[in-house]
Design a protein. Sequence first.
Length: 133
Amino acid sequence: VYTNAVAGEVVTFSIWGQAQNFTSTGSECYMKLEFWQGGTLAYTVTNSVYDAIVADRFDWNQYSMTATVAVDNVTLIKPMFGYGQTGATMGGDQAVLWDNADLTIAAIPEPMSAMLLGIGLYGVAWTRRLVRK
């Protein structure tokens, strides 16, 4: 997702997943967010969902992760998900299914927005005070 994110913004990534006959010898099933500045990978945040997804096999469940942007000038956020190191203990075809991914970026309120909100709340409080008298 191309963006112009700055430090402090909050990114939420969610996706529905279902394990089918899946086990991993390395407990590998994850969601990941990569934060890029131009063509350079700045950093990565990873969330393991292995225990949760294998605990409720064959049912669709929503998994999510939240990360705060740690650096300015983030131009690209890559949401990723996957699994690996599948074991033969379950037998048959093994898969993790993924569907309906969602990525949101919550911007930091600008100082002027916060000031206007404060003025508005003060106005409401003042009006309520006058009405009560």
